[in-house]
Every structure is written in structure tokens, then in C-alpha cells.
Design a protein. Structure first.
Length: 322
């Protein structure tokens, strides 16, 4: 019995020594959004999630556009480019149509933006269809069927289901997943990823949001800027759900990454290493004020260094100077 107790104590002690200390709790990490933290990936200042939740309950968002604009104006500077363009469009239109809400204003613009969107999509679909010439016969037939169905959707003024970029890319990947020529496979997917998203093109934002309630449209203007905890190692790859594996990123960058490795995220966002350093400098300044934790910054540097294949090598030397 005594031997068993000694063995248990020894095992427990060894296990505790192996577990790394968690630098910050979720609450402490969330508190950092109060201090104008820039996104690790895009470098834009992030909106505190609690402020977003507060705004989501405000009645002004579903009323006249002028009322919603007053509420959102303090956050205009942190809106992402497309959302800011749409917001400025709302400001211009609301002076001419003061009694209309966000949805009514978007519906007025829907037709012209839908035409612009279809032109961009058609050009990309034509480039993808070109590869039917060099694909194996079975893949070429499958690709032809997909393109016919897709064209039926985008050219139908009232489609049964709206076109989904995500579903299209997913189906395309399934068709060419066994293609032996990897370079051609990558070229096709790369072209497909150029299809406009509501976060990339004003015309896509207008078309996607025109049928939504005015308060949802209003919230979509600031939603990409909301701060989130990004899993550096994705959960699907058994990444931890604590600050040992969390980085602070805006919703847009978090969602854009999906489960891709960080080097691929850097390919899509070449300024990410520079922006990561800007965030680290901000965290260091907060650490010196007793707001952030030194161990969190040290751990973030190490994790980013290895997961980015050494592309991101943060300089945290200022952390050790008073």
C-alpha cells in the first residue's frame, strides 16, 4: 500500500512537470482586445467581441440607414476595405433616400452589381473550362457537368439555390483529386480561388447581402474586424484550446485560413511576418505595463517560428529591457 502511494505521487509529480504552464487564461487573453491590438495576419486593429455583441442588440441597426450609420461610424476606421466601401456607399445613398434602411438601399444596387459579379465569375469559369482539353476523359466529363450546372445557376435571375463559391471549390477539388500532374491541379484550384467573395469584392457583398435583414447587413460591415482566438495548430490536428496555441486574429483572417498550414497563409498574405512583428511589439509594450504576460509572448514567438517553417521570426528582445 505504501509502495503504491509512493508510485502514484511520483507519477503525478512527473506528469505535472511535463505539462507546460498556460501563460494566460481566456479571460486575460480576451482583455487584450481592449488595447487596440492589431491582427497577427492583416495588421488591422480588431474590434472587441463584447462590443460586437452589444451592437448586435441595438434597434437602430434595423431602422433607417441614417440611424444605423450613426451607430457604426465610430468603427469605420477598423472596417475592412470592402465593408468600408459599402459603408461609404450607404452614407452617400442615405442622404438621397433618408427613409430607407440598409436592405432597401442594397436592393436598389443589386441588379447592376449582379451583372458585374457574373462578368467576373464567367471569366474565371472559362479559364477553368480550358483545362478540360488536357484532363483525363472522365475528369473532363465531370468538369463539363459541373460548369454547365454552375452556369445555369449564375445566369438564372431567380436560381433555386444561390451560387456558393465554397461548394464549387469543394466539388472541383473532388473532381481533380486523383490528377497525377500536381502543378496543373494547383493551377486549377488557384484559379478557382480567384472567384469573388463578399469580403473581396463590393459586387459580391451587395449580391450576397441584399436579401438579408437590415440589422444583419449592418453587423456584416463590422463582423470581419471582430477579434478572435486563432488556433495556430488547428483543432482537427489536435491543437490545444488555450493560450499556448492561441494567436489574436480578426474574424476575416481566421476564417480565410481554414485548416491550411501557416506557410500557405503567408503565401496569401505576404505581409503577415511584418504584421506579426507589429502585434508582438504591441504585446511587449502591454507586458511592460503589466497587462500582458511575458511567457505568452515567448511561447507565441516559438510556436510561430516552427509552424511557419521559420518564415516568422519575431524579435522580442525589447521584452527584456526595462
Amino acid at each position: 500500500m505504501v509502495r503504491m502511494e509512493k508510485k502514484l505521487k511520483k507519477t503525478k509529480k512527473t506528469f505535472e512537470n511535463e505539462l507546460p504552464q498556460i501563460p494566460l487564461t481566456r479571460k486575460e487573453l480576451k482583455n487584450l482586445f481592449n488595447y487596440r491590438i492589431p491582427c497577427l495576419c492583416c495588421g488591422k486593429e480588431m474590434l472587441h467581441p463584447d462590443i460586437y455583441m452589444y451592437l448586435s442588440g441595438r434597434k437602430e441597426l434595423c431602422q433607417k440607414a441614417s440611424e444605423a450609420i450613426k451607430l457604426l461610424e465610430p468603427f469605420e476606421n477598423i472596417m475592412h476595405p470592402v465593408e468600408r466601401q459599402v459603408f461609404n456607399m450607404f452614407k452617400t445613398m442615405s442622404t438621397k433616400y433618408p427613409d430607407k434602411n440598409f436592405q432597401e438601399l442594397l436592393l436598389m444596387k443589386k441588379d447592376i452589381h449582379e451583372l458585374a459579379l457574373v462578368k467576373i465569375q464567367s471569366s474565371i469559369f472559362n479559364k477553368i473550362s480550358f483545362y478540360r482539353r488536357i484532363l483525363p476523359k472522365k475528369m473532363a466529363r465531370q468538369l463539363r457537368k459541373l460548369m454547365i450546372k454552375t452556369n445555369d445557376i449564375i445566369f438564372d435571375p431567380e436560381p433555386h439555390k444561390p451560387f456558393s463559391r465554397r461548394i464549387f471549390v469543394h466539388k472541383l477539388k473532388n473532381i481533380i483529386r486523383n490528377l497525377e500532374n500536381k502543378s496543373i491541379k494547383e493551377e486549377i484550384i488557384k484559379i478557382a480561388r480567384r472567384l469573388p467573395r463578399s469580403s473581396d469584392e463590393v459586387c459580391a457583398f451587395v449580391v450576397k447581402n441584399a436579401r438579408k435583414r437590415p440589422e444583419i447587413i449592418a453587423l456584416n460591415l463590422i463582423h470581419p474586424s471582430v477579434g478572435t482566438f486563432e488556433h495556430l495548430t488547428p483543432k482537427c490536428m489536435h491543437g490545444l484550446s488555450n493560450s499556448l496555441n492561441f494567436a489574436l486574429e480578426c474574424t476575416y483572417c481566421n476564417n480565410s485560413r481554414h485548416h491550411y498550414p501557416i506557410p500557405i497563409q503567408i503565401e496569401e498574405n505576404p505581409y503577415m511576418p511584418k504584421n506579426a512583428q507589429i502585434q508582438a511589439d504591441k504585446l511587449i509594450s502591454l507586458c511592460k505595463k503589466g497587462i500582458c504576460n511575458k511567457e505568452y509572448i515567448e511561447n507565441l514567438r516559438e510556436v510561430l517560428y516552427w509552424l511557419s517553417d521559420r518564415y516568422i521570426d519575431l524579435d522580442i528582445s525589447q521584452l527584456y529591457f526595462t
